[in-house]
Design a protein around this ligand. Structure first.
Ligand SMILES: Nc1ncnc2c1ncn2[C@@H]1O[C@H](COP(=O)(O)OP(=O)(O)O)[C@@H](O)[C@H]1O
Ligand SMILES: [Mg+2]
Length: 220
């Protein structure tokens, strides 16, 4: 699914512009890293690209169509292909397993085997029946990411995915991200630093500073 941002501006208070004249294309499958310091506008840009936040100005084209001009039903249909994972893990009341299956439940089909696969892969078997209040930050982050992975989205958007993850989970996540790209998908990662596990897998680096694109570099 191609996403193109054209002339995007955004402000939360109609005064200070946090994104300025952003033009970006997410056409080819690949790993796109949006790199920039705190406050650069990465999260805002990720939410706009994930079709969650409507920009103040500019056009978001999905497969060439102006997304925000579509009716509610078409918007919901397109949104199923894009999953955004917040920087701070947002978990709902219930067990670890309940949380992982939420997205699948909403879509009408829970694949228990796939959930088992990811629970083992991210070393969460011991805590899977535990209430989410009794987890480490790294475990909570892994759960919020798995909840997205089990949906096998065409476009996966990860906001600061490596912040709480240990190196072994980070390595596994990079493998899973590469798998999505090998299946023709796109993975967007907003981060303030490039994790060593990710370094060799990046296809594009988009540098964002003070709400402006400083550079877009194609790595390979
Ligand atoms: N909900 C909000 N309301 C008002 N200002 C916001 C909100 N979210 C972010 N901002 C401001 O927008 C700017 C960009 O923030 P953000 O997109 O979160 O950047 P980053 O993810 O790069 O740290 C910051 O100055 C931040 O304070
Ligand atoms: Mg952010």
């Amino acid at each position: 699914m191609e996403i193109v941002l054209k002339g995007i501006w955004h402000s939360y208070d109609n005064q200070i512009m946090v994104l300025k004249r952003i033009d970006l294309e997410f056409k080819e499958p690949g790993i796109y890293v949006v790199l920039g310091p705190n406050g650069a506008g990465k999260t805002t840009l990720m939410k706009i690209t994930s079709l969650i936040l409507r920009p103040l100005q500019g056009v978001v084209l999905v497969e060439g169509v102006d997304f925000w001009g579509l009716d509610k039903e078409k918007k919901e249909e397109i949104r199923k292909s894009i999953v955004y994972v917040h920087d701070k893990p947002i978990l709902l009341r219930g067990s670890v397993r309940d949380n992982i299956s939420i997205g699948m439940k909403i879509r009408g089909k829970i694949d228990e085997d796939l959930i088992d696969h990811y629970i083992k892969r991210y070393s969460l078997a011991e805590v899977q029946k535990r209430s989410v209040h009794r987890l480490s930050a790294g475990q909570a982050k892994a759960i919020s990411i798995i909840r997205a992975l089990v949906l096998k989205p065409q476009v996966l958007v990860l906001d600061e995915p490596f912040v709480f993850l240990d190196d072994s989970r980070a390595r596994i996540l990079v493998e899973d991200i590469v798998d999505i790209v090998n299946c023709g998908g796109k993975v967007l990662i907003a981060t303030h630093y490039v994790h060593k596990e990710l370094r060799n897998e990046i296809n594009y680096v988009i540098e964002l500073v003070s709400g402006e694109i400083k550079s877009v570099v194609k790595i390979h």
